[in-house]
Design a protein around this ligand. Structure first.
Ligand code: 26Q
Length: 841
């Protein structure tokens, strides 16, 4: 089928791979850099280009990963260890260069080598565009997990889609968000390796045919399908200083070479070839909503394309080693489903085992339910994925049959356990009836998995008692918690070099792979000279952030001020609105002359709104309009600034987190599954102002009540209040909120744009407001006053800052991954042979 598998007349011998190890010193690195720049990339004095300096450096690092990559694969094959596949529609990788240098231990050598050539590493590295193949938390979590798996030497492979266009680029025009396509690979992608030889064929449409096999058993065949090719591209994932390189495999959709012959014969050859385009649309673009967009056929195509290609790939490797014996498949393989997006995998693994490998239902189901594990990332009921049965019928008819069969067998289990409880059967059915029938993907994932987890303690508890209560009653042992974490390589060592060096000097560098070690910082909080150094570093990082804000927003952020930051997707439940109302309140205080003992404050807000989410887009407009009024008023000079930073993304967070004093984590309690930005800020010494939501609760537990600014209703109080929530009364009885609402309603922030904030105003005043913004406003203002007071006492603030960093050890994704491995995956680490022992490749 492909020209890549075997040569016929000649066979390469071992000498082909007999290469000396590549140089790891600055002179050797610079030599290679020069060769790639001048020869491989063809640059000379007249065609110099900043971008090509980045490309040449990327190839230098890619080569060094390549030689370790192969050894990792060999070691994992040889150990015949169990493997886990992280299936995700999103991997928000950001930039790869800095991470590769850090994890290979080459950063200093590269920096010196480039300096020798008159190049500044920072400038070279700035030419890389972010791989923005994710929306936010869920996608970035997948990226942090890959880093931790490689660092812990676990044989985990990421499977995802190679979107031609990533998360849209956000521009702000007249205060409004404008989306631009993100053609992130326009100038090529040096990190990927195409693996055409592992191309798979994926089926869509068609119908099922039943037939009798040689043993007289009835079997199914999926026929008359329209097929699409899945071509894999591999990206190396380096572990931290351990010679392990794992793999992220992303699929690209390509047309088959078959034409629509009818059209061809009718003489429309170009039309028939152009048809091929349709297939390639599958991996064209990332869906930019971080809550499910219901019913879009292309999205379901993406999900099935990922599931089918990845499972075929795993089974290809399996049968290559084990033939048709699947008896130990479940002991050796695990699929971790990143939310329900790849949940169709449950039915697809069944289909491949039944129809393509001839297994009986019971053994196929036993394998499937010992192989799949599901992570839930949301509590919002409206975000639970459902697909119309009608769509399944047309697009994936064979999978719908399998889902029906799974459902029938499952519901008879429910009936046996709770005889006569028809209500329960209806509630638990994989098919939602009444109205247009829909497949409930979360239920499919739960029924098909041996493990179901939430991503923070509160979230997992609410899943068991709420959304998934019936399933918890049926299978309590399936449910578990895995509190999220973030990688301390990117989110401390890499993004905060000054702090990294201080930590290394004082407590050694063990924290980079055992973050608990940061606890050794605790006594330093009491050391005044250490605090001074900590302050100087924070100020340097604030200057870096202030420069960015000046560049991107044209707003001056003086670094003496409290840097108060909220960056994340724009969502009503995250309550950027509450933040803006507080800024308006501060503005009113300034205007009223209430500025005694004032703490200067710079508020930064950033994040993307889903293109179809009107309310979120209005909130962006409001932030920008309030910023214009506040920043232009001479009375606020030296007291208050507000800026909206456009185009929030991974590489911006690497500048923002180290420069932040106060981290805004102010979601309505019970709505934010975990949050992970909260952890990045904490690690970099920011103090959290937050509600008892998601992982905030665990952050506060770790750092202590006195080092966290708490406010707001609890999740239970929010639910208890719903039936009699009366924001009108709260506004009337709180003079501060009343004045804020009055100014907002007077049109002060939309002088020549009448009515544009009416929907926002209405939502705050509505007794149906699910986010209860008014209810938490008074407590929020008090907590902000406490933060302002604490900041004026710099020695106190610095102590709190140091302790936040010192107690962030639990929020390393290494800890999270160690728990997944201990409780769910159960694999042994595999160490590759050290590079010095043999040749290079
Ligand atoms: C689904 C179907 C169709 C189109 C889009 C989607 C879709 C895409 C992305 C639905 C949800 C998402 C992303 C969700 C997400 O990022 N959730 C966040 O996950 C983090 C990691 O666990 C948590 O920390 C956050 O609390 C949670 O909001």
């Amino acid at each position: 089928m492909s020209p890549f598998l075997d040569l016929t007349k000649s066979q390469p011998n071992e000498r082909l791979f007999d290469l000396p190890p590549l140089a790891m010193d600055s002179a050797g690195l610079a030599e290679d850099f020069k060769r790639y720049y001048a020869y491989t990339l063809g640059r000379d004095r007249d065609s110099r280009s900043a971008y090509y300096t980045y490309l040449a450096l990327a190839i230098v690092l890619r080569d060094r990963m390549a030689e370790r990559w192969k050894r990792t694969r060999q070691a994992q094959d040889q150990a015949n260890s169990k493997r886990t596949y992280y299936l995700s529609l999103e991997f928000l990788m950001g930039r790869a260069l800095g991470n590769a240098m850090l994890n290979l231990g080459l950063r200093d050598a590269v920096e010196r080598g480039l300096l020798d050539l008159g190049l500044l590493l920072e400038e070279v590295a700035d030419n890389e565009s972010d791989a923005g193949l994710g929306n936010g938390g869920l996608g970035r979590l997948a990226a942090c997990f890959l880093d931790s798996c490689a660092t812990l030497q676990l044989p985990v492979k990421g499977y995802g889609l190679r979107y031609e266009y990533g998360m849209f680029r956000q521009l702000i025009e007249n205060g409004y968000q404008v989306e631009e396509p993100d053609h992130w690979m326009r100038e090529g992608n040096p990190w990927e390796l195409e693996r055409q030889e592992y191309t798979q064929r994926i089926q869509f449409g068609g119908r099922t045919e039943f037939y009798r096999d040689g043993d007289g058993r009835t079997r199914a065949r999926w026929v008359d399908t329209q097929d699409v090719l899945a071509v894999p591209y591999d990206t190396p994932i380096p572990g931290y200083l351990n010679d392990t390189i794992n793999t992220l495999r992303l699929w690209r959709a390509a047309a088959t070479d078959e034409f629509d012959l009818r059209e061809f014969n009718a003489g429309s050859y170009p039309e028939s070839v152009a048809q091929k385009n349709n297939a390639e649309h599958i991996t064209m673009v990332l869906y930019p909503n971080d809550a499910s967009e219901c019913g879009k056929e292309l999205r379901l195509r993406q999900q099935y394309f990922l599931a089918s290609a990845s499972i075929k790939d795993v089974i290809r490797e399996w049968t290559g080693l084990n033939g048709s014996d699947f008896s130990t498949f479940a002991d050796k393989n695990c699929f971790q489903l990143n939310d329900t997006h790849p949940a169709i995998s449950v039915a697809e693994l069944m289909r491949q085992l039944l129809d393509e490998h001839g297994l009986e239902w019971d053994s196929a189901w036993s394998i499937t339910t010992r192989t799949m594990a599901y992570t839930n990332h949301t509590l919002l009921p409206e975000a639970l994925e459902r697909w119309p049965v009608r769509l399944f019928e047309n697009l994936l008819p064979r999978l719908l049959e399998i889902i029906y069969e799974i459902n029938a067998r499952f519901l008879s289990e429910v009936a046996a356990r709770w005889p006569g409880d028809l209500g329960r059967q209806q509630r638990m059915s994989l098919i939602e009836e009444g109205g247009e029938p829909q497949v409930r993907m979360a239920f499919l994932a739960i029924v098909g998995s041996f493990s179901v987890n939430g991503v923070a303690e509160l979230h997992s508890r609410l899943l068991r008692g709420g959304l998934f209560r019936d399933f918890y009653e049926l299978w309590p042992a399936k449910f578990n918690n895995k509190t999220n974490g973030v990688t301390p390589r990117r989110w401390l060592a890499q993004c905060n070099p000054a702090l990294r060096d201080l930590l290394n000097d004082e407590i050694g560098d063990g924290w980079i792979h055992r973050l608990d070690g940061l606890a050794r910082l605790v006594p330093y909080a009491e050391d005044p000279t250490f605090r001074k150094r900590w302050q100087a570093i924070k100020q340097g990082n604030k200057q870096r952030l202030a420069d960015l804000v000046q560049e991107e927003c044209g707003v001056d952020f003086p670094i003496e001020a409290l840097f108060d930051v909220q960056v994340k997707r724009i969502h009503e439940y995250k309550r950027q609105l509450l933040n803006v109302l507080h800024v308006i309140h501060l503005y009113l205080r300034i205007k009223q002359g209430d500025t005694e003992d004032w703490t200067p404050r710079c508020v930064l807000i950033g994040g993307k709104a889903a293109p179809g989410y009107t309310m979120a887009k209005s909130i962006i407009k409001l932030i920008n309009n309030v910023a214009n009024v506040v920043n232009a008023d001479p009375a606020t000079e030296g007291r208050l600034r507000l800026a909206f930073i456009p185009g929030y993304r991974v590489s911006l967070m690497e500048v923002i987190a180290p420069g932040t004093d106060l981290s805004e984590q102010i979601s309505t309690a019970g709505k934010e599954a975990s949050g992970t930005g909260n952890m990045k800020f904490m690690m970099n010494g920011a103090i959290t102002i937050g509600t008892l939501d998601g992982a905030n609760i665990e952050i506060r537990e770790q750092v202590g009540d006195e080092n966290f600014f708490l406010f707001g209703l609890t999740a239970e109080e929010v639910e208890g209040l719903r039936s009699h929530y009366d924001p009108g009364a709260i506004i009337a009885s709180d003079p501060q909120l009343r004045d804020v609402m009055h100014l907002l309603e007077s049109g002060h922030f939309n002088q020549f744009e009448p009515g544009i904030f009416d929907a926002i105003i209405h939502s705050i005043r509505s007794p149906q407001d699910p986010w209860m913004t008014a209810a938490d406003f008074p407590g929020y203002v008090r907590a902000q006053e406490q933060a302002a007071r604490a900041y004026r006492d710099q020695e106190r603030w610095l102590r709190m800052s140091i302790l936040n960093c010192a107690h962030s050890g639990r929020f390393s994704s290494d800890r999270t991954i160690a728990e997944y491995n201990r409780d769910v995956w159960r694999m042994e680490p595999v160490a590759p042979a050290p590079i010095g022992a043999f040749g290079g490749a």
